[in-house]
Design a binder for this molecule. Sequence first.
Ligand code: ADE
Length: 359
Amino acid sequence: MSIIADDSDFKNQKSEGTREKNPVIRPEAIDLDKNFENCIRPKSFDTYIGQSALKDTLKITIQAAKKRELPLDHLLFYGPPGLGKTTLAGVIAQEMGVDIKITSAPALERPRDIIGILMSLQGGEILFIDEIHRLNKVAEEILYPAMEDFYLDMTTGKSQTVKTLRVPLPKFTLIGATTKAGELSGPLRDRFGIIHRLEFYTDSELAQVITRTAGILNIEIDEKGAYAIARRSRGTPRIANRLIKRVSDYALVKYSGKITESIANESLDILKIDEFGLDTTDRNLLNLIIEKYDGGPVGIETIAAALGEDVRTLEDVCEPFLLQAGLLQRTPRGRKVSPAGYRHLGYKTKEISSQQSLF
Ligand code: ADE
């Protein structure tokens, strides 16, 4: 992988005189969490755990592209954050034997950002754009001919002397990733040949991810310890990998360092991560709706203002799992806590009065 650029990377860049913001980022500007993620990231299908149906389809697609000696069709991955969309793009590049350039839509603010990256691509290379639903209209329109026919339309001159120059590009594959497929414009979505949803992981898959990461980080863990962390990882490998580090710190300071089931549970209780994997923010969200809004429905903006969180964090990070776990419901009039959500927080299930049921 050669380029990593997103808006958080920009925040890490020092301003150095006239140096311009550049979507191609120096490696040292990548934050430590990303370095950790990169070092434990699987590089091939053999080491990539989970998403087995998707992996099977991709293997066929890759073999066919190799036989035809053509680049892969453009691919779109969607699904909640932390399920391995970037990782999978890296695996695909490795399996295809090509380089990958990684960027994120918020980093492609000006036309020259996307043009620069497109013109730097070599034949067959993969361009990965994260959060592709946040691409601006101009960048999107530059991408259309690039994706469809591998050229860029560049204009030179002013008003009456304006000329359009057609610049050919090498054949490349765009892999887009989004947590919000519904926010992608129709024309952009239609230009992806392959569209796949990434699914939440099972406890057994997460336990395998945890055991693999523990091996790389030299952390001792037994099978029950791995499952104990897996059960509270909200179906998400990124969370599982984060929790193993915290639990390992606890095991090292309070015990001999080895993670067992009871040590994992004790440590996660102290971190206030409950047996469903909900953290304080998740519980505050459910509690707020129950206590202040009679269980809902209530609008997401109201919830965000009351919790002091931003809407995007609630929608992208908290909600997908609460919805999937059936603790929260999305209705046209806002969010509602489900009977399971009431029970999970120790409330009696809300009775639906005959008056309410009329509406
Ligand atoms: N780490 C993060 N995601 C992973 C996955 N799908 N397989 C193995 N290790 C991972």
